[in-house]
Design a protein around this ligand. Sequence first.
Ligand SMILES: [Zn+2]
Length: 259
Amino acid sequence: MLFTDSHCHFDFKEFAQTREAVAKNCLDLGVHQLIVPAIAPSNWQAVLALETQSELKLHKALGIHPWFLNDLTLADVEDLSSLVTRHHSEIIAIGEIGIDGKIAEDYDNLTKQIQFFDAQLALAAKSQLPVIVHHRKSHPLLVERIKSAKYSGGGIVHAFSGSFQQAKHYLDLGFKLGIGGTITYERAAKTRKTVTKLPLESMVLETDAPAMPIFQQKIQHNSPENIPLIFDALTDLRQEPKDLIAEQLENNIINLFSA
Ligand SMILES: [Zn+2]
């Protein structure tokens, strides 16, 4: 079985010493490719330059994450646009972008977050690329912005958590849902229940490494090597045979990114 980690910040410093070993281990575990989203102008070049000496495929996305836009202006989205044009053949998505309702409360910056989200959604449409979307306390707003932009390029709602109804809104808009470590926690009852009911065509696996720990795992940080654990948690919640689930999850990545 082959797997893709559809959301891994593999350029982060947590992997500085271990990147080659982790890459090799991923391949041994069947994790043959990672999608590496950027978060801000400060790491765009690092993401573009990221490589390993192994066969592990690294697919890149460029974008501005809602946590990191306080010191930025829309001129940075213009810079992003130029970079995307120059490196179009090296990237497969615009991301990570999104709206974070908790950060909006803490920093009173909801209007700015919406501006950046809308501008990057427009960039994705213009560049004919899908998007990788961060959410927290923001499902209704994200759905509203995607609809009002008439954006039809699809993408991934990363680290999806929520009800079946919330999931359905995104599926109707052509999005897939990133299924991560959340489902390894029994207390995440709502999301686990949603995952039992979703069509297999709607899901992709992700770790969000180095963030998002796995239940009861005592390592320093999360790693793409944990994808098989998330896959096992998913198959526990599903009726279909494991190999069929794995095959469909890979097809979902191909359909979305041609990767
Ligand atoms: Zn992320």
